[in-house]
Design a binder for this molecule. Structure first.
Ligand code: SF4
Length: 196
């Protein structure tokens, strides 16, 4: 585009110079009283040539401007395409990052659950009331349903010294190794925790 503008300047200068030269050339013809018809014809020819050159130069300038506008439009469209592609890539990267974070968080949560279960012993199976040893010791999941001469109101696994489940609903008891007893349960081996 710049080249077209650059080349149009010399053309315009040429046109002006040609016009001026033609005007200068006409002066002697008119002043010397020579052939006025011949001079007038030459002037008309020069003017016509100048007009043609100006028209051609203007057409060339207009064509160059149109071409420049077309190129600018194509460049702008290409820039938009690149920007959209970059935006899509950023969105995809953010989604992938978010998904990876979710997966990692789930893995951490699972690992924490596993550790907690291992520490608390909650991964062990629950003791059933029809277990042979449970039957022998009169174990019940709900102490309030116990009918045993040794039972006293208020006694239950969670306040038995052998219960290691803390505040959990089910916890380990050394009388029933490998099983979990109910915090509200009771068996004839109940031994109250010492008073704090
Ligand atoms: Fe519950 Fe204590 Fe009997 Fe274990 S020994 S089952 S904790 S009452």
């Amino acid at each position: 585009m710049q080249n077209n503008d650059d080349t149009s300047l010399p053309r315009r200068q040429f046109v002006k110079l040609a016009g001026a030269s033609a005007g200068v050339a006409m002066l002697p013809l008119a002043g010397c009283g020579g052939d006025s018809d011949s001079g007038s014809s030459a002037s008309t020819t020069v003017d016509s040539a100048v007009a043609d050159v100006e028209a051609a130069a203007n057409d060339a300038v207009d064509a160059a401007k149109e071409m420049a506008d077309d190129v600018a439009g194509e460049v702008a469209a290409a820039v938009d395409t690149v920007e959209e592609a970059a935006s899509d890539a950023m969105d995809a990267a953010e989604d992938a990052s978010s998904d990876a974070m979710d997966v990692a968080q789930d893995a951490v949560n699972d690992a924490a659950d596993t550790v907690n279960e291992a520490v608390s012993g909650n991964s062990l199976p629950q003791l059933t009331e029809d277990d042979a040893q449970a039957v022998a010791l009169g174990y019940q999941h709900d102490a309030s349903t116990v009918s045993n001469d040794r039972y006293e109101a208020g006694q239950q696994c969670q306040n038995c010294v052998l219960y290691t489940g803390g505040d959990q609903a089910w916890g380990p008891c050394s009388i029933f190794p490998g099983k979990l007893v109910n915090a509200n349960g009771w068996c004839s081996t109940y031994t109250a925790k010492p008073s704090a």
